[in-house]
Design a protein around this ligand. Structure first.
Ligand SMILES: Cc1ncc(COP(=O)(O)O)c(C=O)c1O
Length: 380
């Protein structure tokens, strides 16, 4: 890179936040290596206890990944072949894949333009005699409106499982989002807000018996539920991941404060019409900004401008899942207009604990100016 080229601002920086923990990780790794307890030892047990307490649930079970967590949680919730699970099309593939792996049918309803989460007012119209569960996904760390989702589920005798892969620390109405539903699933993929250095996941359970069933399944022991015999499998979280995640957990609040500050900086440049609208005016709601998104009609031009300035951006979920190759196994309920629009318009900006605030000001100013010019040219 020539000295005149601007320094690139990446979407993630996985290494810098590890540096303050490096010595502790290396020391604990050596102890682990020499202990011989590589699978389901003290680190996993303690991580499960600590995160269950953080999340306000009685039990949590470490599993191999966020995808695996979804699969076992849906199994334990009794999802059977032919059942329907209502979810959002504006999410990562894994949400849909876990349902399809159980030979069940993902049913997509549209999202809300303000927070990009599934629209609870559309749930009842999507329910059929085959509906077994609702699977909300607090996307990018913004809480879904859980109360109306839980109310519809209760009225129709449905299970609710929350895919909170992107939402560690997110609060809904003052409580951790992972404590609202029967089970909630988390990913420790390295780009997530609470990361490992490989794959890992967890299921948070309001009912300790669900946790027991998941412990059996993750360790090759069969389980009988609702008269059906389910096979066990290997879905274990390993000790190295649990050790690193425990160390990163200690720093989570500080890192979140940095993400919050960056989001505040972006918010100061970007009008509310073009970004996440603070849910419920902020009362009891905590957004953790796994991604910070901006909405823009001419997304390609904004992306190009930022790229020329050395700033990496992300595009999600384009096209949304109802256009995926696997959509042949899915059903849609009603038009998915907002999911389509989000897939066309949403651009994510760098946000992570190692991003200098000066960079956030520069990025926010560039985006703000672009949106102003765009608004002026459409009104002219
Ligand atoms: C919404 C959502 N669900 C599930 C997953 C799957 O998690 P993992 O990559 O740990 O399997 C992810 C990961 O990116 C995700 O973003």
């Amino acid at each position: 890179m020539s000295s005149s080229e601007p320094r690139r601002v990446g979407r993630y920086d996985l290494v810098t936040p590890m540096l303050p923990c490096k010595d502790e990780i290396m020391a604990r790794f050596e102890r682990l290596l020499l202990s011989g307890h590589y699978i389901l030892g003290e680190e996993v047990r303690l991580l499960e206890e600590e995160l269950a307490a953080d999340c306000g649930v009685p039990a949590a079970v470490g599993v191999a990944s966020g995808s695996s967590a979804l699969f076992v949680a849906l199994s334990v919730a009794g999802v059977r072949p032919g059942d329907e699970v209502i979810t959002t099309p504006y999410t990562f593939d894994a949400t849909m894949e876990a349902i399809i792996l159980l030979d069940a049918v993902p049913v997509f309803v549209d999202i809300l333009p303000d927070d990009l989460n599934l629209d609870p007012s559309l749930l009842e119209a999507a329910i059929t005699g085959k509906t077994r569960a609702i699977l909300p996904v607090p996307i990018f760390g913004a809480p879904c409106d859980m109360d109306p989702i839980l109310a519809v589920a209760e009225k129709h005798g449905l299970e609710v499982i929350t895919d909170m892969a992107q939402a560690w620390g997110t609060l809904y109405d003052g409580r951790p989002i992972g404590s609202c539903a029967r089970m909630s699933t988390l990913s420790f993929y390295p780009t997530k807000n609470l990361p490992g250095i490989g794959d890992g996941g967890m299921v948070f359970c309001r009912d300790p018996e669900d946790a027991e069933r998941i412990r059996r399944i993750r360790g090759h022991q069969p389980v009988t539920m609702n008269g059906h015999l389910y096979t066990g499998w290997n879905s274990r979280l390993d000790e190295v991941q649990a050790m690193v995640i425990r160390i990163r957990r200690e720093r989570f609040a500080d890192e979140q404060a940095d993400r919050d500050r960056i989001a505040d900086i972006y918010d100061s440049y970007i009008p509310e019409t073009h970004r996440l609208r603070t849910p419920n005016g902020g009362r009891g709601m905590k957004v953790t900004y796994h991604q910070y998104w901006v909405r823009c009609r001419n997304r390609a031009a904004l992306r190009e401008l930022l790229d020329r300035e050395g700033i990496d951006t992300g595009i999600y979920y384009a096209p949304p899942l109802h256009h995926h190759e696997l959509a042949v196994y899915c059903r849609t309920s009603g038009p998915l207009t907002e999911a389509e629009r989000a897939g066309r318009e949403v651009l994510t900006l760098p946000i992570h604990a190692a991003l200098p605030f000066a960079d956030a000001h520069r990025i926010g100013a560039l985006v703000g100016q672009f949106l102003e010019q765009e608004a002026a040219s459409t009104s002219a």
